[in-house]
Structures are given as structure tokens and as C-alpha cells.
Design a protein around this ligand. Structure first.
Ligand SMILES: Nc1ncnc2c1ncn2[C@@H]1O[C@H](COP(=O)(O)OP(=O)(O)OP(=O)(O)O)[C@@H](O)[C@H]1O
Ligand SMILES: [Mg+2]
Length: 278
């Protein structure tokens, strides 16, 4: 049970005390499973509330007429509806023991970057933002599922659009290294003065549409591979978010990454042992 195999139960047999302890243990395990199931159903129900306003939006987009802005809006609303469906389905289908990603479960990071940039560049044009993509012209295999990388990129690019002024330039760089792939999303905005606070899950700016989950989603994506996320300053003058995706699931052997291990051994050690136990 401690290893997350929530289906594990102990035999209810032997001397009375042992049998009673086994019965108590098993009923606790049943409770844990039930609680998790309830939480997932709650997530599904809450997501389902988005359906109604989304339906209104979708119906209204029909009357937007023609033109790139109308098309973008329709596409975005359709995407929203699909994402809400995915959330509801994922919440309801989640198995207590999520299987570790097997070989071949990854994606081509370059292709995902190009695909997401096709979406964001249309908005960039509307907002008079200059943008640049580098390193996405040939395949870059990474051990991250496609929807996860797409969600991470959307979180970072969404941040650029939400947290920097219209007209602010941004860039996406993909570096394909021997044991890691690095994705850099940088902008010419005002930067992030307190990276640690920004990275904390649930600590958004407090305004509508800021839940403070975006950077944490990206961090978990990186950490699932044994990598990490660092916020720094960009040569463009604003924020640079560096997503380190480890390729072999082992701790990196060289460069500035090692520094991080020394500075925060606890967290990295946890990531290290988790990725090893897969
Ligand atoms: N590119 C950026 N430029 C300036 N500030 C940023 C940038 N990206 C993130 N931030 C700051 O970091 C905070 C945390 O970002 P994060 O994406 O985790 O949450 P959020 O954008 O506030 O909410 P959510 O992503 O859940 O809608 C933001 O509230 C913002 O203050
Ligand atoms: Mg965000």
C-alpha cells in the first residue's frame, strides 16, 4: 500500500489479534481507495460546470462571421471543449496505480513546438509581438507524452501573453543535447522578480484567470523525466523559463545542472529515486 499499489490487501487470518489488525488494515485501504474515487468524481463534476458557459460561447461564435479572428475564436472554443472533456474523462478513468510510461511513449518535441507555435503565432500577430523559434526544424525525441508537452508549452506561452504587455517579443528555443533536451521560453517583458514564489503551486497573481498552476504543471513535466525547471532572465530582457528534460531518466553528469543538485539535494534526490524506481 505504501508503494501506491492501492489494490494490496492482507489475508484476514491467523490468531484473533492478527486477524483483527488485518481487518482494520483492509478497511483502511478500502477507505483510501473510496476517498480517491470521490476526489476524482469531484474534479469531474467541477469541470463539468464549465460546459454551460462554453456552450454559450460556442453558439455565439457562430455569429462572428468570417475572418482570422473569428476562426481563431471558434478553434479556441472547440479546443476548450475538448480539454474539458479530457479533464472529465481523465479524472474518472484515473487508475490508483498509474502505469509508468513505457518506451516509445514520448513525442517529437520539435513537432509539438511547431504545432503550438502555429496557434500562438496567430495571436502574436494580432498583438504585434515579434517571435522566434529555434531548434525545432528536426525531430527531437523526448520521454514526455505529447499532450503533456503541449500543455506545458501552452502554460508557458500563455504566461507570456497574460503577464507581458502587448507588443512584447518572445522566443522558443529547443536544444537537443546528449543526455537532455532543453526547452527555453523567453520574453522581453518585465521578468519574474521572485521565481520561487512564482513557481509555488496555487500562488497566482490573485486576479481572475490566474490560478498559479501553470509553472507547477511545467515543473512536474520536467521532474517526471528526472529534470527540472529554472526561471532566469532572458537575453530579450524579461523572463526565461528553462525546462530541462532528462533523456535517460538518470541524474545528469555535467554542467550547471550539477550545481542544482548540490544546492537543493533533498528535492533532486527525491526526483532521482522516483525516476529510478520506474
Ligand atoms: N512570462 C512571464 N512574465 C512575467 N511574469 C510571469 C511570467 N510567467 C509567469 N509569471 C508570474 O509567475 C506567476 C505564476 O505563473 P503561473 O503560470 O504558475 O500562474 P498564473 O499564470 O498566475 O496562473 P495560471 O497559469 O494557473 O492561469 C504569475 O502569476 C506571474 O506573476
Ligand atoms: Mg500561467
Amino acid at each position: 500500500l505504501g508503494e501506491g499499489r492501492l489494490g494490496a490487501r492482507v489475508p484476514e487470518e491467523g490468531p484473533t489479534e492478527l486477524r483483527l489488525a488485518a481487518v482494520a488494515f483492509n478497511s483502511m485501504a478500502d477507505q483510501v481507495v473510496q476517498l480517491l474515487a470521490n476526489e476524482r468524481e469531484l474534479a469531474a463534476d467541477l469541470s463539468h460546470r464549465l460546459r454551460t458557459p462554453l456552450t454559450v460561447l460556442r453558439l455565439n461564435t457562430a455569429s462572428l462571421g468570417e475572418g482570422p479572428a473569428a476562426d481563431q475564436t471558434r478553434t479556441a472554443v472547440e479546443q476548450l471543449e475538448r480539454e474539458v472533456d479530457t479533464i472529465i474523462r481523465t479524472a474518472r478513468e484515473a487508475k490508483p496505480q498509474t502505469a509508468a510510461a513505457g518506451p516509445g511513449a514520448g513525442c517529437d518535441a520539435a513537432e509539438v513546438v511547431r504545432e503550438r507555435m502555429a496557434f500562438w503565432s496567430a495571436l502574436a500577430e494580432d498583438e504585434g509581438r515579434k517571435w522566434r523559434v529555434a531548434g525545432a526544424d528536426r525531430p527531437v525525441r523526448i520521454p514526455v507524452a505529447r499532450p503533456d508537452l503541449a500543455a506545458g508549452l501552452d502554460a508557458l506561452l500563455g504566461n507570456v501573453f497574460r503577464h507581458t504587455a502587448e507588443g512584447t517579443a518572445f522566443a522558443v528555443d529547443v536544444h537537443n543535447g546528449e543526455d537532455a533536451v532543453i526547452v527555453l521560453v523567453s520574453d522581453a517583458g518585465t521578468g519574474i522578480p521572485d521565481p520561487e514564489a512564482a513557481m509555488a503551486r496555487g500562488r497566482g497573481s490573485g486576479s481572475d484567470g490566474s490560478t498559479g498552476l501553470g509553472l507547477d504543471i511545467v515543473r512536474r513535466l520536467a521532474e517526471s523525466t528526472g529534470g527540472d525547471v529554472r526561471i532566469g532572465s532572458s537575453v530579450l530582457g524579461g523572463t526565461e523559463v528553462r525546462v530541462w528534460i532528462q533523456l535517460d531518466g538518470r541524474a545528469p553528469a555535467s554542467g550547471g545542472h550539477r550545481q542544482l543538485r548540490r544546492r537543493r539535494p533533498g528535492r533532486f534526490a527525491a526526483v532521482y529515486s522516483r525516476s529510478r524506481s520506474h
